[in-house]
Design a protein around this ligand. Structure first.
Ligand code: F6P
Length: 472
């Protein structure tokens, strides 16, 4: 169905997010190539069944997306908003990714930044316009009393704006990120901090991935707006889990088997002929993922435990993310530089200590999950971290999980992981050593319990629970 041919006021369930479930690229011959994404919302929406009229409202992100909107082609059930490209860039790169993401993940180097001046105010106006475009589209598409599920920090103002336009709707908002503690949140100018919170409080229900992030939000509301400011808005927690059925089936397909063969030959065997141990990490190259301290910890492991030299390989998959931002490009370059430095310092003709892959390849990620002896998940701060939940589900023979206590997943997986403070490089090196020497029976037992905890709330259920709560 073309996005231009929607009947108005028809949708009973609406999802709104910056990134949608499909993206387009213009082929050389001028035709459009559609790529579908996965994730919790995609499985969630498919779980509500064909009888419910559902609509996903998202932003056109690529030139291909804009072209698809211009030509009026698109997927049934998806409406892409062709927001002016500069407005979108200021809202997405300028505010969402360079301010709100930094606030919630505690990423600023405070002696230098943030400095909220006129450039910030200009970008904030774009963020308001971008949120307004979503609110207006949702108001136009929603059936009376429809449920609207707004996603993430990109769209924090939408609930309040939408409430003004359509008082009849049931509005939910879900945060996939952590929420900042009050003292950090207050770095935002006072009027902006208040506007953001009031925008969110336009929802009937606000949901978070963990109790910790939900409590932080409530703390910000009472600290910034006053003790009773929460009003009638309900707060919920839904800890998104891994999709066990999908992962188990997908990770046994031929393309994954092929990647396993390739990775095994890159890993190779140690001096005594044993297959080398493997420490795996898989991340977007995202500032909050702490890839550099992970590499430093690995380097320290090789220094402080020389017995591991030639006997271990660190498979580090760091896939490109947000490359419009200079700081992400610099971070990506630094990850490559440090990996090469470790290889130059310790590598031998038959042993590459760090195997770094930067080209996104889901089948290869699954292959790495299957063979990992140790998974390193050490974010500075993370809403949940699904890698920590996926590895135990897919692992062939059990995998020790080194997990940051600052990841949302720590609440559910902490008991069976080797837990680290993500800033403590020495502690992380010691944790890698403990994980590597963990007896295989213990590793297998822990992996079983981790997999059970990781899959207790599958994506479809996660989504349906939110819908039920919102309608309840
Ligand atoms: O991990 C939190 C999150 O907000 C996800 O919900 C979302 O997919 C991602 O970050 C945003 O990333 P991007 O900027 O690449 O769309």
């Amino acid at each position: 169905m073309s996005s231009e041919h929607h009947a108005r006021h028809h949708a009973q369930v609406l999802v709104a997010s910056n990134r949608g479930p499909v993206s387009y690229a213009v082929r050389d011959d001028g035709t459009l190539d559609a790529k579908r994404g996965g994730g919790g919302l995609v499985s969630g929406l498919s779980a509500i069944g064909p009888d419910t009229d559902a609509l996903w409202v998202c932003a056109a992100l690529t030139d291909g997306d804009r072209e698809a909107v211009r030509r009026g082609v698109g997927e049934a059930g998806v409406r892409m908003l062709a927001i002016d490209a500069e407005v979108h860039a200021d809202a997405y790169n300028g505010i969402a990714n360079s301010v709100l993401w930094f606030v919630h993940h505690l990423l600023y180097q405070t002696p230098l930044e943030p400095a909220f001046g006129s450039e910030f105010r200009r970008q904030w106006a774009a963020y308001e316009a971008y949120n307004r475009a979503f609110a207006e589209a949702l108001a136009a598409e929603a059936a009376p009393d429809a449920a609207v599920l707004v996603q993430d920090y990109h769209l924090a103002l939408v609930p309040g704006m939408l409430r003004e336009l359509r008082a009849d709707l049931r509005i939910g908002h879900f945060s996939h990120t952590p929420w900042a503690p009050l003292d950090y949140f207050r770095m935002l100018p006072d009027d902006i901090a208040a506007q953001l919170l009031r925008g969110m409080l336009g929802a009937d229900r606000l949901a978070f991935l963990t109790r910790r992030w939900a409590d932080a939000f409530v703390g910000c509301v009472s600290g910034v707006l006053g003790p009773d400011a929460l009003g009638a808005t309900r707060i919920g927690v839904h800890g998104l889990g891994a999709d066990a059925d999908f992962l188990r089936e997908r990770s046994r397909r031929d393309d994954v088997e092929e990647r396993l063969v390739g990775l095994r030959s890159q890993i190779g065997t140690g001096p005594s002929g044993d297959v080398r141990k493997t420490i795996v990490r898989v991340d977007r190259t995202e500032l909050s993922k702490n890839i550099l301290r992970g590499l430093q910890a690995y380097r320290l492991l090789l220094e402080s435990h020389p017995e591991w030299r030639e006997r271990v390989v660190h498979l580090a998959f760091a896939y490109p993310s947000r490359q419009d931002l200079e700081i992400y490009r610099a971070y990506t370059a630094e990850v490559s530089r440090v990996a090469s430095e470790i290889n130059e310092t310790f590598g031998t003709p038959g042993w590459t200590p760090v195997v770094l892959h930067v080209k996104d390849d889901f089948a290869r990620s699954l292959a790495a999950y299957r063979l990992a002896d140790v998974a390193l998940v050490n974010p500075i701060r993370d809403g949940m971290n699904l890698v920590a939940k996926e590895v135990p589900v897919v692992s062939d023979e059990g995998c020790a999980l080194v997990l940051s206590r600052e990841a949302g997943a720590f609440e559910e997986l902490g008991d069976d992981a080797v837990v680290v403070n993500p800033f403590d490089v020495s502690g992380t090196a010691a944790a890698l050593h403990s994980a590597l020497v963990m007896p295989s029976a213990e590793r297998a037992e822990r992996t079983k319990r981790l997999a059970a905890a990781a899959t207790s709330l599958p994506p479809a259920q996660w989504f349906l629970d939110q819908l039920t709560e919102l309608r309840g």
